[in-house]
Write a protein that binds this ligand. Sequence first.
Ligand code: PLP
Length: 376
Amino acid sequence: MIYLDNASTTKVYDEVIQLTGELWRKEYFNPSATYKPSFGVRSAIADARRTLADFLCAQENEIYFTSCATESNNWALKTGCKNKNGNIVVSAGEHASVYESAMFLRNKGQEVRFAKLLKNGMVDKDDLLSKVDDNTTLVSVLHVSNETGVINDIADICRRVKQIKSRIIFHSDGVQAFLKTNTDVKAMGVDLYSVSGHKFHAMKGVGMIYINKSTHLYPLIHGGGQESGLRSGTENVAGIVGMAKAAEIYKSQYDKNKIDDNYDFLTKQLLSNKDCLIIGSDTDNTKLICAFSALGCKAEILQSMLAERGVIVGRGSACSSHHSGNRVLGEMQLDKKIIAGTLRISLLPTTTRDEIATACQNITECINLLRGNNIG
Ligand code: PLP
């Protein structure tokens, strides 16, 4: 099988499975317990926190573990908007976990302003800034789009938002950015930053959020007071330790030149098909996500045909692919025909050129079959 849906989820590294298996078997003690065997478990969590904080250029007491980025994003929005009479500004390109949290707040009476997207998928900075005012309490802008791989210039947007009002809480969803582009939270100036483990070969069910030490969030989950009293619930020890290990391995495999070469090769192959186009390639992009449209083809049919041949590609966010249409591509004002034919290919630093070539060969054959032009 050639698996090219890595923005949806990734295979857990063998090293992570081995390491965490040992933890489940031997270090099963509750990290909050006061007897000696649990000390090792606590220190394993502390080590993981330090490692992950380093990747964000944050301090370890600014990292809070969660069950996933959906939780991190819900936490950021639902408790970051302090003033019910104020407004929050959210980009129209957000993942469902931010978008639906914003809609939940709107239904409860909060004023929510959505900032438009440009045709290339980036947030329209001018539109966003025009929506921020003295009553804005929180701004949330996706760092890298899960639909297109397009990178928003968070440092610039955050700086300009804070020029309008310095006390605004700035949140960015960094799920598709972490380890894939520069995520120095101090340089970007963000207050909150969400990350998910299963996008870089850690296990599902573990995530984290950076909370700048001078930013105050209320707990979303109350209980025994874990995570400095802000996120209760017995820690997912294996998930947390495995996430730190996975981040180290992913980073060691990341080779920008190879990723750029693979992306260029992929897009050239795709564009060699008649009436195919790439979405979001004409701007800053991680080059690990490639959204392409085969005009005249239905994406869901093309996706199933490819899966039959052992080539797995995505069709936008797996969390929302059961909804009709694609909200984010619609916000980019793309033609309905383009949206109908759009698939998402997402690569790894370790994806080989052979895998890409075989996938593209199959894509071409399937497109030709669909267009009634069997090349035999
Ligand atoms: N944000 C983005 C940009 C994503 O791509 C995803 C997952 O696809 C999420 C948030 C949700 O992450 P999780 O699966 O950890 O809840």
